[in-house]
Design a protein around this ligand. Structure first.
Ligand code: WT7
Length: 654
């Protein structure tokens, strides 16, 4: 039996206590697809606190596309995450913060978090931020990141969180795309042994952001931080100066009022602003967080993702807090100060549910089992993964070594665009198979289509993964460019939402995501567009033309291979490689730096000038013998040069 066809039944002890078992999953799923409005209406009533009930559960049409959930309803997300818990959970930990150094921790109760968010909401108001205004958040993993997001949601400002590993240029472009008036940052970030000069990066970015009026700075370290007196404010000072009666009330929001914009890469052009709205998103993350993680009152839940990504939005902040759970915010790295850090955190905070990315798991596999076994981990009862396909070996290690063969694993498939998980096991209901995200969650109607968009029915089939019915957490538009929204997701297969992923449905109806079928890369769980990386490479001034492909990488899953045609008189040497890497880091982020740079004299192009990426992908994967038909190339000879170059050049870093 191959590793991936092994079946792991729900452990009996887990199943008996779980909120949802196999029979109840099947029944709820059936209800959710036969009567979606009835199902979601009931969930919305049970799971959320409304200021005013909705008049219509759903209006939709994938042609225009139009998606509206809970129209007519009034709600405030921060009240759902905070105020409604005060009666029964005021002294419960909302956030347990584990800082960069082991043992540097802070616990924030629901009462304290509520007070802090109200004050911060009032501060934002006093700075002139109004409902509908955009606020950029460029913060490390500190409680203030959650506070800033919730404060925006409280007053109806739309936040756009930018991962604090992005460059000044990337930050500037995002701020300008949606016209933020305020930027919230910290003086410095700490990541393992390094201090990250966040405020400096912000200074550089904001110099070219005409809409930014104020920069609010959280003091994370004692480092000297020059302030621009008319523009910059220390967060702690501004809070201290706030009058006692400052207005921290929760705004009454329409269900479809925008909640946040999060930029993500696509196959073409610049990253796009994925827009999520209020009620549907909140319902989706509340229900999925509760069901997928089988959340109970005394759980200590830890998702290791950064708030700069959608996982951090939905499953570090909004989902857990809406459910009144305790969420761990982890500032450091899985290998700092050593490869036992996660399990040290698990033991010290008695973490019961642990959720991370396959790339982190693979990195830890390499460090050896002793780092895991050194810690007790008996508090753990459930493990999760997200972000990329998990290879069965990594899954089996996670299960046997981290989970002592005791904890179920939920492999959760979703996207920035989907807002929350769509395909995943429910730990008390679904037998798992290593590498499969298993079955659709409530209301999710996946279909596989062939290249022509024809639905492939039955089991034991492969195709492109689409959705044929909306779910409450789905994105509503690309900020400022609705046509791009339609074009990107709804034009390829009319009537369907296209995910960009390839997928197999096995004999048991289980879904196996095989990875992107478009020009999007997934590097260590980070999403990057080939076009975006190529244009950054060309910006170095050293390269005339570049083509980027995904290449196999032991830890990152996918690495970046860059074929570069150099400009005249540029040497094919280490200095050129360094120059290219430097530019990519500056233009995008270190996460986009290629793992291999190959200098070639030409790219394989058709006679009409189109780069044949299929060939580059094959060569990049080391499949030198099976590059396929090259007869339509303008110059078939470039292929042998490309093959020889790749064969002779190892990766830049492992
Ligand atoms: C892409 C979305 C989901 C939040 C983090 C990433 C890949 C995501 C899985 C999984 C296989 C997965 C897909 C998807 N992906 N989760 N469990 N198994 N692939 O969000 O940056 O928007 O990336 O990540 O290819 O399309 P994202």
């Amino acid at each position: 039996m191959s590793k991936s066809s092994q079946l792991f039944p729900v452990p009996q002890s887990f199943g008996q206590k779980a909120q949802i078992n196999k029979a109840s999953y099947e029944e709820l799923y059936r209800e959710s697809v036969t009567d979606p409005e009835g199902f979601w209406g009931k969930q919305a009533e049970e799971l959320l606190l409304w200021k005013k009930p909705w008049s219509k559960v759903l209006t939709w049409d994938f042609k225009t596309p139009t998606i509206r959930w809970f129209e007519g309803g009034k709600i405030n997300l921060s009240e759902n995450c905070l105020d409604r818990h005060l009666a029964s959970r005021a002294d419960k930990a909302a956030i347990i913060w584990e800082g960069n150094e082991p043992g540097e921790t802070r616990t924030v109760t629901y009462r304290e978090l509520h007070a802090q968010v109200c004050k911060t909401a009032a501060l934002l108001r006093s700075l002139g931020v109004k409902k509908g205004d955009r606020v950029a958040i460029y913060l490390p993993m500190i409680p203030e990141a959650a506070v800033a997001m919730l404060a925006c949601a409280r007053i109806g400002a739309i936040h756009t969180v930018v991962f604090a590993g992005f460059s000044a240029e990337a930050l500037r472009d995002r701020i300008n795309d949606c016209g933020c008036s305020l930027l919230i940052t910290a003086n410095e970030g700490l990541r393992g042994p390094k201090a990250i000069p966040l405020k400096e990066t912000c200074n550089e970015a904001v110099a070219e952001c005409p809409t930014i009026k104020k920069v609010l700075v959280v003091r994370r370290t004692d480092a000297a931080t020059p302030m621009e007196p008319t523009r910059d404010l220390w967060y702690h000072e501004a809070l201290a100066k706030l009058p006692a009666d400052a207005d921290g009330r929760a705004e009454s929001m329409d269900s479809e009022d925008p909640l946040f914009i999060l930029y993500t890469s696509g196959s073409t052009g610049k990253p796009k602003g994925v827009l999520h709205t209020t009620a549907g998103y909140l319902l989706h993350v509340t229900l999925t967080h509760r069901a997928v993680f089988d959340i109970k009152e005394d759980d200590v839940y830890m998702c290791a993702a950064d708030v700069g990504w959608v996982t951090g939005h939905s499953y570090v902040v909004y989902g857990p807090l809406s459910n009144g759970a305790t969420t761990v915010i982890f500032e450091s790295l899985p290998t700092y100060p050593d490869a036992g850090r996660y399990w040290d955190v698990v033991d010290r905070h008695s973490v019961t549910i642990f959720y991370t990315a396959p790339t982190a798991i693979r990195a830890l596999v390499k460090e050896g089992d002793a780092w895991v076994k050194k810690y007790d981990r008996s508090s753990l009862r459930l493990l999760g993964t997200v972000g990329e396909p998990i290879n069965p070996d990594a899954w089996l290690w996670y299960h046997a070594v981290v989970g002592d063969s005791r904890c179920p694993i939920v492999d959760t498939w979703w996207q920035t665009e989907t807002g929350g998980v769509l395909i995943s096991p429910l730990p008390g209901a679904t037998a798992t198979k290593p590498g499969s995200a298993t079955l659709p969650l409530f209301g999710v109607q996946p279909v596989l289509v062939d290249d022509d968009g024809k639905e492939i029915v039955g089991n034991g089939v492969s195709g492109r993964l689409c959705m044929k019915f909306p779910w409450p957490g789905m994105m509503r538009t690309v900020y400022g460019d609705h046509e791009r929204f339609r074009q990107t997701y709804f034009s390829m297969y009319p009537g369907l939402y296209f995910t960009g992923d390839g997928c197999r449905r096995d004999e048991d109806g289980y879904y196996w995501i095989t990875g992107r079928v478009d020009d999007v890369l997934n590097v260590a769980g980070h999403r990057l567009g080939t076009a975006e990386v190529e244009s950054a490479i060309v910006r170095s001034g050293l390269v005339a033309e570049a083509a980027v492909v995904g290449i196999p990488h032991e830890i990152k899953g996918q690495g970046i291979g860059a074929f570069c045609v150099l400009r005249e008189n540029v040497a094919k040497d280490a200095a050129t490689t360094k120059g290219i890497l430097h530019t990519v880091r500056e233009v995008i982020s270190p996460i986009a730096a290629p793992d291999a740079i190959w200098f070639v004299s030409g790219l394989p192009k058709t006679r009409s000038g189109k780069i044949m990426r299929r060939i580059l992908r094959k060569v990049g994967e080391g499949e030198f013998e099976s590059v396929g038909d090259v007869s339509t190339l303008a110059d078939p000879a470039v292929v042998s040069e490309i093959v020889a170059t790749v064969k002779g050049a190892p990766l830049l870093q492992k």
